[in-house]
Design a protein around this ligand. Structure first.
Ligand SMILES: Cc1cc2nc3c(=O)[nH]c(=O)nc-3n(C[C@H](O)[C@H](O)[C@H](O)COP(=O)(O)OP(=O)(O)OC[C@H]3O[C@@H](n4cnc5c(N)ncnc54)[C@H](O)[C@@H]3O)c2cc1C
Length: 560
């Protein structure tokens, strides 16, 4: 099999490239979950897969958008656990045929700013432990207990995930048993667990300072979501060299090598079912039905069960009741900022900065429900052009910064029936007010950027709804509450034969989480444990990491 990198000409629009040949499977949506499923079906099952993406750019939240002189990723700021030899790295290597390279983000990956104080999260469990103990003298035992709790909470994760991939009756019986250990942690909130370890509210606020990565503050989030994110980055963070567009570019050729295709502007209007068996999908553009014996939806559980399936069928299988047990995650704003100077000249850091006015994350989060005119209660700042060693080659003398903040969909609901780029002056004015507040937060953290902004553009929950098809502009699909992790229907197999789910709603959000959803889904379809197969067949490449990353992994091996 000869693998190459795809180019924009590989992504053909449905309108001009109708589907005439037969496919073994159809994947709705080209997010990392959909792409991983398709690539694994191609690679391990030889399946010919058709990926249908409604947007004009593939990749879901890993897609990239461009403006003259600039490009920005929309949903990738850092990824953990991709050191050579790790499970995630093996999966990336297999689905991208070793074509995804990684740049190490350096010694510190996150900085938590609370009021005037800041706390760095350094790479490596022991360095993290030492840093927290230095920030919080007298809390040594709590910090040790916290790190032990992270390890314990994830010790049964493999079984929990395997339980989701098991078929039918076996899955129904063995799934809950396999997941027992993980569920015991998942049903507790992050705050419950942390309060059980310490009374120091500042320490709790710092340890939960990445809560924006799973979308719920400590009192509402499952400790499992917290543990997955915190542990994911403990060993440091990496950024894909070339930006997040490299995922699609590397993965699509693997799908094509088995005869598969990816079509853009290819919105699926419905899933076609006959006698409780999936038979294909109905296209929004022309109403045509494309037939296939297997359909996988990466469009999210709310879209799949709530909109794409015939609703009488969904009711017959109790799917509306199932959906009522989960809630959409909060929406977000992202300010994309461009500068006519390089990241180096502007002294941009590689680490992210989380900015909070005070240590009460619940109060910050609740403030969002009250007043869109109040100061933004939290912000996340990321510096993609500093993280990507290839950015300067593509965009010499330019730099980019992203500022992300939560925002309830309700703030924007009144404009939901307007059209993209034509939502009216009031909407534009509201956006500009929010953008200026976010810029102010950026300048407070990096004063050297004041007066240097070349351009900025704000995305809102309506942008997410328009481009990614999340009805409430959800940032992370369904939210990561204890309740979510108890739901047995959040698994690849559905009650409709031949219909499978994939992506971030299966286990958790995050590029790694959604991709692992893809591994489980492909395993369920092929009835084979693909994780062990992946570990064995991950390409052994030496060039898969930037120089800095390679040096560090050599160090890691030496320590081991
Ligand atoms: C602002 C932001 C920052 C983030 N930062 C990080 C980070 O730093 N690190 C990290 O690991 N994760 C991060 N994430 C999370 C991560 O990007 C997502 O969890 C993950 O990419 C989701 O992948 P997915 O495959 O489940 O779904 P998606 O990426 O949402 O893909 C679903 C696809 O389905 C398509 N679709 C929907 N309906 C239809 C239809 N009817 N027909 C055809 N196509 C359809 C959509 O257009 C979309 O392309 C971030 C997310 C956001 C929003």
């Amino acid at each position: 099999m000869v693998i190459r990198r795809s180019t924009p000409s590989d992504f053909k629009p449905y309108k001009r490239h109708p589907v005439t040949d037969a496919f073994d499977a159809i994947v709705i949506g080209s997010g990392i979950g959909g792409l991983a499923t398709a690539a694994l079906l191609a690679r391990y099952g030889g399946r010919k897969v058709l990926v249908l993406e409604r947007h004009y750019t593939p990749g879901g939240f890993t897609h990239v958008f461009r403006r003259p002189g600039y490009e920005w990723d929309v949903g990738v700021h850092y990824i953990g656990n991709v050191r050579p030899g790790s499970v995630l790295r093996a999966v990336f290597d297999v689905i991208g045929d070793g074509g995804i390279e990684w740049a190490d983000m350096g010694e510190v990956y996150d900085r938590i700013v609370i009021g005037a104080d800041s706390y760095d999260f350094p790479k490596g469990r022991e360095r993290f432990r030492a840093a927290m103990k230095a920030y919080f003298p007298g809390e040594e035992a709590a910090i040790d207990a916290y790190l032990a709790a992270l390890r314990e909470a994830l010790s049964g994760l493999g079984s929990f995930m395997a339980g989701k991939a098991l078929p039918g009756a076996i899955g129904a019986l063995a799934g809950p048993l396999l997941g027992r250990r993980t569920l015991a942690w998942a049903k507790r909130t992050t705050r419950e667990v942390l309060e059980g370890l310490t009374r120091n509210q500042r320490l709790i606020a710092v340890l939960a300072g990445q809560f924006g990565d799973y979308g719920l503050p400590p009192a509402a989030s499952s400790f499992l979501a917290h543990a997955m994110v915190a542990s994911h980055y403990l060993d440091g963070a990496w950024y894909p060299v070339g930006g997040s567009g490299v995922f699609v570019d590397a993965i699509v050729p693997v799908i094509q090598a088995a005869g598969g295709r990816l079509l853009i502007n290819a919105e699926v209007a419905g899933i076609a079912v006959e006698d409780d068996r999936v038979v294909g999908v109905r296209m929004a553009l022309d109403g045509a039905t494309i037939r296939a014996p297997v359909v996988v939806s990466d469009a999210g559980i709310v879209n799949t069960f709530g909109r794409l399936l015939p609703q009488d069928l969904a009711r017959r299988h109790g799917l509306p009741q199932a959906l009522a047990t989960v809630r959409p995650s909060i929406a977000h704003l992202c300010l994309y900022v461009g500068f006519r100077e390089s990241a180096q000249a502007l002294r941009l850091p590689k680490h992210n900065i989380w900015v909070y006015p005070h240590e009460d994350h619940e109060r910050s989060f609740a403030a969002l429900d009250r007043d869109p005119d109040a100061a933004l209660p939290m912000a996340f700042i990321s510096f993609p052009s500093a993280k990507d060693p290839d950015f300067e080659r593509r965009h010499p003398g330019r730099a980019t910064v992203d500022v992300v903040a939560f925002a309830p969909y309700a703030w924007f609901e009144r404009w939901q029936d307007t059209h993209w780029k034509d939502r009216g002056e009031e909407y534009e004015a509201f956006k500009e007010t929010l953008a200026q507040r976010m810029l102010e937060t950026l300048f407070e953290q990096l004063p050297q950027l004041r007066g240097k902004v070349d351009c900025h553009e704000l995305s809102t929950p309506l942008t997410t709804r328009h481009f990614c098809n999340y009805g409430q502009g959800e940032i992370y699909g369904i939210d990561h509450s204890p309740q979510r992790f108890r739901q047995r229907f959040l698994r690849p197999a559905t009650p409709i034969r031949g219909l499978y789910l994939t992506g971030q709603d299966i286990v958790s959000c995050g590029v790694g989480g959604a991709m692992m959803g893809g591994v489980l889904t492909a395993s369920a379809i092929l009835r084979r444990n693909l994780l062990s197969a992946i570990r064995q067949s991950a390409p052994r490449r030496t060039g898969g990491e930037s120089e800095a990353g390679a040096t560090l992994s050599a160090e890691g091996r030496a320590r081991a």
